[in-house]
Design a protein around this ligand. Structure first.
Ligand SMILES: [Zn+2]
Length: 227
């Protein structure tokens, strides 16, 4: 999208434009209207799958030695690393795929990279580069510019997750949106278990962050990564 058009466009429009660009590069037709329908769900599968993210009720009280662990661009990275897009969830080409969405048990394509993850690469790479620059730059005016660019990229990434569940998005699908939430719940739950195993008490958790308190642990740092 030309800069003059992008300056007057919404975040969703800019993000869709990246997806259309990638679709055109692959010789794919961009649907005039979204045509991918929702996967049929029983009452039970809807109950299991349609639950959003994980939130732990905070333990009320005053605590010392508390730290926050926050995943970098968790939702964007889930879409990228797990290849989540409207056309990759329960695809026809790899029905025997062993890459499954937790709880929902949808399979994910392992032959083609989806349009959504393909389009996220640019945003995630740029955001990661700005995070690195923020740690190494000392020039104050540049720091401010990097900070703002990083924030803009964050909101584009947030939008791209929202668009997966938006019924007017050309490459969106509610099942893909639910799959991202299912992975996010599992990752946060795994992080909680790791922190507890390492001797920390988990005081609160929400979406992609946990607040932990040092109890019997002697560790100065705790890193949690996921694949
Ligand atoms: Zn496939």
């Amino acid at each position: 999208m030309p800069l003059q058009t992008a300056a007057r466009a919404s975040i969703g429009k800019c993000m869709s434009s990246i997806q259309f660009y990638n679709a055109v590069q692959r010789d794919l037709l961009v649907p005039w209207k979204p045509v991918v329908s929702e996967i049929f769900k029983t009452r039970n599968s809807l109950f299991v799958g349609d639950r959003g993210v994980l939130i732990l009720e905070p333990r009320v009280g005053i605590y010392e030695n508390v730290g926050e662990i926050d995943f970098e661009s968790l939702f964007g990275n889930i879409m990228l690393k797990k290849n989540i897009s409207s056309e990759t969830i329960n695809c026809k080409c790899c029905q025997a795929s062993d890459t499954l969405v937790p709880e929902l048990r949808y399979h994910i394509c392992n032959r083609r990279i989806g349009i959504v993850p393909e389009s996220l690469k640019l945003l995630l790479n740029k955001r990661h580069q700005y995070s690195k620059l923020l740690k190494t730059t000392t020039n104050k005016s540049k720091l401010e510019i990097y900070k703002q660019r990083k924030a803009v990229l964050k909101w584009i990434l947030v939008t791209s997750f929202g668009y997966l569940g938006f019924n007017n998005a050309k490459f969106g699908r509610i099942d893909a949106h639910m799959s991202v939430c299912a992975f996010a719940r599992k990752i946060l739950l795994d992080a909680i278990h790791i922190a507890e195993k390492e001797g920390f008490a988990v005081l609160h958790g929400i979406v992609d962050s946990i607040w932990i308190q040092k109890k019997r642990s002697h560790k100065k740092r705790l890193y949690i990564t996921w694949n």
